[in-house]
Design a protein around this ligand. Structure first.
Ligand SMILES: NC(=O)C1=CN([C@@H]2O[C@H](COP(=O)(O)OP(=O)(O)OC[C@H]3O[C@@H](n4cnc5c(N)ncnc54)[C@H](O)[C@@H]3O)[C@@H](O)[C@H]2O)C=CC1
Ligand SMILES: O=C(O)CCC(=O)C(=O)O
Length: 528
C-alpha cells in the first residue's frame, strides 16, 4: 500500500480521499526540517502547501519518494530541479484557488481605494473620523495587470465588471487572448505609466524578481496604488517603502512578502499600507478544492500512473493511463534494448528517433519518449526514470526526432526506434501483441518476432550453416536452458540476427565462445 505524508495544514477532505483510495496516509504538520528528513524515507508521496520547504537535503533523504503534490499553485517552496534529477514528479493544482486569490486581489484593491482597514480601526477606536478618509472611485480607472494567466485573467474579468480599463503586461499573452479577455496588451513601461492601480500575478522567477524595482516604481504614475497577491520578491520592498513615504505611491496592499512569515517590516508602520498574512488562497472553498485535487492527483499517480498537472513531466490522464501502460512498457523495452547494444559498443548517443505507426499514431505520445529515454539511458546512468530521463537526454545533447505516420501499417501498431551514435544508427521496432504484450519485430531492418525475455542473447551473424548448432552446443555445455530462439535474415546467405531468450545469465566465457564462432559478428547479452 503506497504511503503518503501530509506535512502542511490541508483540508481534512484530502485525508478522506487518500483513505478511500487505499493509501496509507500520515499527517504530521509543523515538523522542523531535521524531523521531516528523519521520516521522509518511509513515504512514496508528499502532500504540501507552502510551509514545507522541499530542499535538496530533504530530497536526499526521500529515498522512496515518487511524487510531491502542492495543494496550491506556486511551487517555489520545492526544489523542482533536484526533485526532477531524482526522478520525483512534482504536481500542483493550478486552478483550485485561482478564483479565491483573484477575489483577494480585488478585495485589496477596494481596501486601498477606500482605506477600509484604517477606517475600520479608527471607527472601532471611537474616533468617527468622517473627514479623514477620502477614497477614490474605481469606475473609469485603469488597472495594470502584470501577469495575465489564470488569476490575472479572473482579476481582469472582475475589474471589467467594475467598469475599469484593464492594461495587461505579459510576454506570453497573445493579441487574440487579450481580445478575448477584453484587455489591452501593453509593454511594462506603458502599464507603469498609465495604471492607477497595478496588480501582480506572475510566479517568482529570475525574470520577475523585483519586476517592480526602484527604477520601475519611479516610472509609475504619481498616486498609483500597488497590489501584490502573488509572491514576495516581485516588488522591491525597500523601494516601495520610500515611494510610499514620498507619496509617489498612494498605497500598497501586500499579501506576500520577501521573507515569510513577515513578523516585522518598516512597511507595517505606514498608514497607506494594507497587509494580510499570505491569505490569497485562504477560503474554505479554495482549500477544499486544492486538497481534493492534490489527494486525487497523488493517488492516481501512485495507484495508476496517471499524471495530472505535473511541473516536470508530460501529463497522462486517468483515462489514458491504462491504454498507455503497454506502450510505455514497449518504449522502455525498446529503449533498453537499444541502450544495452549502444552501451556494449561504448557509443556516444547523438540522436534518437521514434516513429509511430498504426494505432500508435493515435495515442498520446508525449510520455512515450520519456519512457524510451528511461530505458535507453538506464544502462548508462543510475537512478534514471521517466521524470529525469528527458532532462538527462537534453543535458547530454541528445536530439529527439518524433515522426507520426498516419498510414496503413503491416502491424496493428508499431513503434520504431533509431539510436544514432558517432559510429552508426541502430534501429529496433516493436509492436503490442494482442494490444498489450510488447514484442520485438525488427532489428537493424531485419524482421524477427521475439518476446522480450528476462535474459537474452543478441547475435548478429552471417547466414551460414552450422551457427545454430554450435551456439546451442555452447549454451548446453554451460547448462543454460533456451526458452525461445528467434531468427531473421536479410536474404539467404546475408546478414542475420538471432535473439535467444535464456533462463539465466550467460557466463563471460560462454559469451566469448559464441563471439569466437566464425559466423558471428556481434554477440551481446541483454537483460530486462
Ligand atoms: N497569495 C496567494 O495565496 C496565492 C498566490 N499565487 C501566486 O500567483 C501566481 C500566479 O498564479 P496563476 O495566475 O495561477 O499562474 P499562471 O501560470 O496561470 O499565470 C502566470 C502568468 O505570468 C506570466 N508571466 C511569466 N513571466 C512573466 C514576466 N516576466 N512578466 C509578466 N508576466 C509573466 C505568464 O505568462 C502567465 O500568464 C502564482 O505563481 C503564485 O505565485 C497563487 C495562488 C495563491
Ligand atoms: O497554500 C497557501 O495558502 C498559499 C497558496 C499559494 O500561494 C499558491 O497556491 O501559490
Amino acid at each position: 500500500m503506497p504511503k503518503v505524508l501530509i506535512s502542511d495544514k490541508l483540508s481534512p477532505a484530502a485525508i478522506d480521499i487518500f483513505k478511500r483510495r487505499g493509501i496509507d496516509v500520515t499527517v504530521k504538520t509543523g515538523l522542523a526540517p531535521a524531523e521531516l528528513r528523519e521520516i521522509i524515507g518511509e513515504f512514496d508521496g508528499l502532500a504540501i502547501r507552502s510551509a514545507t520547504k522541499v530542499t535538496r537535503e530533504l530530497l536526499d533523504a526521500a529515498t522512496n519518494l515518487k511524487v510531491i503534490g502542492r495543494a496550491g499553485i506556486g511551487v517555489d517552496n520545492v526544489d523542482v530541479k533536484s526533485a526532477t534529477a531524482r526522478g520525483v514528479v512534482v504536481m500542483n493544482t493550478p486552478y483550485g484557488n485561482a478564483i479565491t486569490t483573484a477575489e483577494h486581489a480585488i478585495g485589496l484593491m477596494f481596501a486601498l481605494a477606500r482605506e477600509l482597514p484604517e477606517a475600520s480601526a479608527s471607527t472601532k477606536a471611537g474616533k468617527w473620523e468622517k473627514n479623514r478618509f477620502m477614497g477614490v472611485e474605481l469606475t473609469g480607472k485603469t488597472l495594470g495587470l502584470i501577469g495575465a494567466g489564470n488569476i490575472g485573467s479572473i482579476v481582469a474579468d472582475r475589474a471589467l465588471g467594475l467598469k475599469m480599463r484593464v492594461l495587461a503586461y505579459d510576454p506570453y499573452l497573445t493579441e487574440a487572448r487579450a481580445t478575448t479577455l477584453g484587455v489591452e496588451k501593453a509593454d511594462l513601461d506603458t502599464v507603469l505609466a498609465r495604471a492607477d492601480f497595478i496588480t501582480l500575478h506572475t510566479p517568482l522567477t529570475e525574470q520577475t524578481r523585483n519586476i517592480l524595482s526602484r527604477e520601475s516604481i519611479a516610472r509609475t504614475k504619481p498616486g498609483v496604488r500597488i497590489i501584490n497577491c502573488a509572491r514576495g520578491g516581485l516588488v522591491d520592498e525597500a523601494a516601495l517603502y520610500d515611494a510610499l513615504k514620498s507619496g509617489h505611491v498612494a498605497g500598497a496592499a501586500l499579501d506576500v512578502f520577501e521573507v515569510e512569515p513577515a513578523k516585522e517590516s518598516p512597511l507595517f508602520a505606514l498608514p497607506n499600507v494594507v497587509c494580510t498574512p499570505h491569505l490569497g488562497a485562504a477560503t474554505t472553498e479554495a482549500q477544499e478544492n486544492v486538497a481534493l485535487q492534490v489527494a486525487e492527483q497523488i493517488s492516481d499517480f501512485l495507484l495508476t500512473g496517471a499524471v495530472t498537472n505535473a511541473i516536470n513531466m508530460a501529463s497522462v490522464s486517468a483515462e489514458d493511463a491504462p491504454r498507455l501502460k503497454p506502450y510505455m512498457e514497449l518504449c522502455q523495452l525498446l529503449g533498453s534494448f537499444a541502450g544495452q547494444l549502444t552501451e556494449a559498443r561504448q557509443g556516444v548517443i547523438r540522436k534518437v528517433g521514434i516513429e509511430y505507426e498504426g494505432a500508435a499514431a493515435h495515442v498520446n505520445q508525449r510520455p512515450l519518449s520519456a519512457a524510451l529515454f528511461a530505458g535507453l539511458l538506464a544502462p548508462m546512468m543510475e537512478g534514471v526514470n521517466m521524470v529525469n530521463a528527458p532532462v538527462f537526454a537534453r543535458d547530454h545533447g541528445i536530439e529527439l526526432a518524433e515522426t507520426v505516420f498516419d498510414r496503413d501499417c503491416e502491424y496493428q501498431t508499431l513503434i520504431r526506434v533509431s539510436v544514432t551514435t558517432d559510429e552508426q544508427t541502430r534501429t529496433v521496432s516493436g509492436t503490442l501483441f494482442g494490444g498489450a504484450k510488447p514484442r520485438l519485430v525488427e532489428v537493424k531492418g531485419i524482421k524477427v518476432e521475439a518476446d522480450f525475455g528476462r535474459h537474452m542473447l543478441y547475435v548478429t551473424n552471417r547466414d551460414k550453416p552450422g551457427f545454430i548448432a554450435q551456439c546451442s552446443a555452447i549454451l548446453a555445455e554451460k547448462g543454460i536452458n533456451i526458452a525461445t530462439f528467434h531468427l531473421g535474415r536479410t536474404e539467404k546467405g546475408g546478414d542475420a540476427v538471432c535473439l535467444i531468450s535464456i533462463d539465466e545469465t550467460l557466463p563471460d566465457d560462454a559469451l566469448a565462445a559464441i563471439r569466437a564462432l566464425p559466423q558471428v559478428m556481434q554477440a551481446t547479452q541483454i537483460s530486462f
